[in-house]
Design a protein around this ligand. Structure first.
Ligand SMILES: [Zn+2]
Length: 263
């Protein structure tokens, strides 16, 4: 096995991979945290045939980058999930695990050296693979009901300043109408349509249910990290609108004004 990126410092081949299905071309970059005690422990787990999990790259706290699976192979990091209505995210993604204890263990800040390494590696991958900005995603984006990584402390704004990923400065929090668990009606349906247009898998029935709340939390972790509360407040909805408006090729762009008026 040879490294696919010049930023790789070590190779630690994992047996946990298979052939990509479908077109076989990755067009999603999926970011994770390990949520485990140590980087060494995470590496062992990701290389253990019994775990049946893996990723293409792991980034240690000190910025060392380990490659485990060749990019042209299907690593097993995404699990059940979907984006823009398509499942089998493993077949069309490259996965980076970032060493961090995670929400269950105090969720420490990501060290600067680690983020610099993620930016270098991610920048290389999106350029080499022509991965569109809006397909640089959090694990929680594609599986809001199961996952919360890499979480609201991950600096998506810093990646965006380095030319990686789609991001707008979140709209400020203020008063105004909002929706939460148990609300129902046309405005909720319009909000669900906005989430789905961006890529989230949510019901489209106008009922603000648990799935809608969890998708809202995933959205906030990525795009409105100052407050992750699962409530679709004005700041959340406005930020989502502005993301949709700034998508380069969204078929939703023409409809967005109408949906926005309804919300
Ligand atoms: Zn993950």
């Amino acid at each position: 096995m040879k490294p696919d990126s010049p930023f790789v410092s070590d190779l630690r081949p994992s047996p946990n991979h298979n052939a990509r299905r479908g077109e076989g071309i990755p067009n999603i970059l999926l970011l994770h945290y390990t949520g485990m005690g140590t980087g060494a422990g995470a590496l062992s787990w990701l290389c253990d045939p019994a775990s049946e999990v893996s990723c293409h790259y792991l980034v240690h706290e000190d910025g060392r980058i380990v490659q485990l699976v060749p990019e042209d192979r299907r690593a097993w990091h995404a699990g059940q999930g979907s984006w823009r209505g398509r499942g089998d995210v493993n077949s069309r993604s490259i996965g980076i695990e970032i060493v961090n204890l995670g929400h269950g263990n105090g969720y420490p800040d990501f060290p600067d050296e680690q983020i610099a390494a993620v930016i270098a590696l991610a920048g290389d991958i999106v350029k080499r693979r022509s991965i569109p900005a809006e397909f640089v995603l959090a694990h929680s984006d594609i599986a809001p009901a199961r996952k919360s990584d890499p979480g609201e402390k991950f600096p998506w704004d810093a990646l965006h300043r380095a030319g990686i990923g789609h991001y707008v400065t979140p709209s400020p929090r203020r008063g105004g109408r909002y929706f939460g668990l148990g609300d129902a009606g046309q405005p909720v349906e319009a909000y669900q349509a906005l989430l789905a247009a961006y890529g989230y898998e949510v019901p489209q029935d106008g009922g603000f249910d648990e799935a809608t709340r969890l998708a809202t939390i995933a959205f906030q972790r990525h795009f409105r990290p100052a407050c992750v509360d699962g409530i679709a407040d004005a700041s959340t909805i406005e930020t989502l609108h502005r993301l949709l408006r700034t998508l380069p090729r969204s078929p939703f762009r023409r409809e967005e004004a109408a949906a926005g008026a309804a919300v």
